[in-house]
Design a binder for this molecule. Structure first.
Ligand SMILES: NC(=O)c1ccc[n+]([C@@H]2O[C@H](COP(=O)([O-])OP(=O)(O)OC[C@H]3O[C@@H](n4cnc5c(N)ncnc54)[C@H](O)[C@@H]3O)[C@@H](O)[C@H]2O)c1
Length: 258
């Protein structure tokens, strides 16, 4: 029995600080999913470097007490510069989340050479270069990497075939790097979101026929938001997932099993 004099119950100790003292670098941190990842990791106590071509990175970083880095990840040598900046400012790098991405909606045969090159550069090469640049500090920290892939990484989705090809490459990179970097103590995992309402998908999901078709295949009966994806990433980079590597976790409300 409690009386009005009893002190209020205290919150569970350190429940919100699984990543206390750790530094995370999140690309695409201005985006719908990336900004949710930034906030989720910061809530767990991490210091977050928010990397994006969009200026909003600075404001989102300021909101969580982190560092905003406005950069185009397709520029040469940018990956090493970003990693060096983050390590010199914070002293370490424990987590790398590759969430920057673009989508081109076109029949595969019609994509221009420039659009193809740019798609590969953002969705695949940038994640690879950042990983190369980050291996040394990640190994020192026994840290981890999470790549954001897609439902289209391992299934044919008409209209976004080139996008799917880049995400398939990123999925395979995830598994291969998990094998090669595991002995250095670095875990490498991926999340495969289903349909998340963000600037990338807003227009397509506003089409009632498309939306209805998608919804009919989601057992959980709703589209995702960025937090649905971010919470799974928080788990994957935490010590609770210390024996998980090379995993690709669908975060799709069950879409991929229908
Ligand atoms: N929204 C979905 O339904 C969905 C589903 C599966 C996977 N994904 C993946 O999730 C990730 C995040 O997507 P989102 O839905 O949040 O989209 P979004 O468009 O809101 O965010 C993508 C971010 O990447 C940044 N970016 C693009 N090119 C860049 C470059 N050259 N350099 C630096 N930053 C760059 C953009 O500025 C943007 O902030 C992407 O990799 C996307 O492919 C999204």
């Amino acid at each position: 029995m409690t009386s009005s004099q009893d002190p209020a119950p205290s919150p569970p100790p350190a429940a919100a600080a699984q990543l206390w003292g750790r530094t995370a670098l999140v690309t695409g941190g201005s985006g719908g999913i990336g900004s949710a990842i930034v906030r989720a990791l910061a809530e767990q106590g991490a210091t977050v470097a928010v990397v994006d071509a969009d200026e909003r990175a600075r404001g989102i970083a300021a909101e969580v007490g982190g560092t905003g880095v406005v950069a185009d990840l397709t520029e040469p040598d940018v990956a090493q510069r970003i990693v060096d900046q983050v390590v010199s400012e914070t002293g370490s790098l424990d987590v790398l989340v590759n969430a920057a991405g673009i989508q081109v909606r076109t029949p595969a045969i019609d994509i221009s050479p420039q659009a193809w090159e740019h798609l590969v550069a953002v969705n695949l090469t940038a994640a690879y270069r950042l990983t190369q640049a980050a291996v040394k500090p990640l190994a020192a920290a026994r840290g981890s990497i999470v790549n954001v892939v897609s439902l289209s990484s391992d299934r044919a989705v008409a209209g976004i075939v080139p996008y799917g090809a880049t995400k398939a490459g990123l999925l395979q990179l995830t598994k291969g790097l998990a094998v090669e970097l595991g002995p250095q103590g670095i875990r490498v995992n991926a999340v495969a979101p289903g349909y998340v309402v963000t600037p990338m998908t807003a227009e397509k999901l506003a089409d009632p026929e498309f939306r209805e078709r998608v919804m009919s295949r989601i057992p959980l009966g709703r589209l995702a938001d960025g937090d649905d994806v971010a919470d799974v990433i928080s788990f994957l980079v935490s010590d609770a997932a210390r024996y998980v590597t090379g995993a690709v976790v669908p975060v799709d409300g069950g879409y991929s099993i229908t």
